[in-house]
Design a protein. Sequence first.
Length: 367
Amino acid sequence: MPFSYEKDRGRMQPSSDVKIPDNHPLSSNKALESFGNELLAWYDEHKRELPWRTSPSLYKTVVSEFMLQQTRVSTVLPYFDRWLEKFPDFKILAASSEEKVVKAWEGLGYYSRARNLWKLAKEIQAFDAPPEDPGTWQTFPGVGPYVAAAVTSISFGSATAVADGNVVRILTRIFAHDERFRDGATAQRKLRPLAQALLSPNRPGDYNQAVMELGATVCNRRSPLCLTCPVLKFCQAGQRGDAEAYPNIDKKKIEHLSIDRLWIVRNEALLLRKIPNDSKRLAGLYELPRPEDLPESLKPQKTVHITTKRRAIANQSIEERILRAELKGSRELSNATNLKFIPFEKLNELTLSGPHRKWVKGWVNLS
């Protein structure tokens, strides 16, 4: 199936090259209308009750879309409620300090989302009224085609389709699309025109949410629930029974990392390293130091292995050995401005990277 796309003021539009094969169940306008209506009817009956849906607002939609990037709904829910208590609207968020914003995001990961959301809140204050077009939204920090489409369709009724991993999975299964994609981003870019062609023009915001809901609860990556799918009759892969074979995306190579971390306590205080503010990841957060973070004269000669922690982030498999150690002196520590002994009672005031906070909380009994 040939796909192409063209840009129109930042909005992705279906081009004349988007052709649905004549033998596909969605080849007629009547079928497309039926597809949208049946999907929306299912959504109206089965959608999950989520706080950004039950009492919607532009601000809640924006916050939820930022939080839900690469993060499960179940993880987001408690953070969303706490966030709204601290920052109930754009104005209050914009007036808050970056440190306070990042602290409120602690544990949710991908901290650039928090900083970009904070910057967006500042920038949107310059508008007399919030912009309604996806092109303008894509000029805001942290907003790409997906978030722009989601926010403007849900909040303003913009007829712009979303395209993310859920949508790619649904579309490739509906059309049994065999193309091999280099990565997820390439698949989203190539399939966005097709997503636009299927968009229901009457309720675009609800339609986009319905597609996302379908991907999250029925058209699962593994073991899709095809027999309960409201649009099974339109799905070629579902009808054939091989939906799980789609999409065809090259697997990323897994990078294996092994890191040693030091657990150094002195006078009821824990040695931590502040990640430089110009770091690409976790800037400004605290973590347990590595041996190489210490000045040569302070590196412990003897360590005791406490435990090993394993985790996975994106395409990385990380193994971290926690080593108990002691410093013989601290005269040079004051010169190492990113290394500090933090009293146990002050640890809660800092923003630690997610896994490190869990470890410290467990071992120091933080409240």
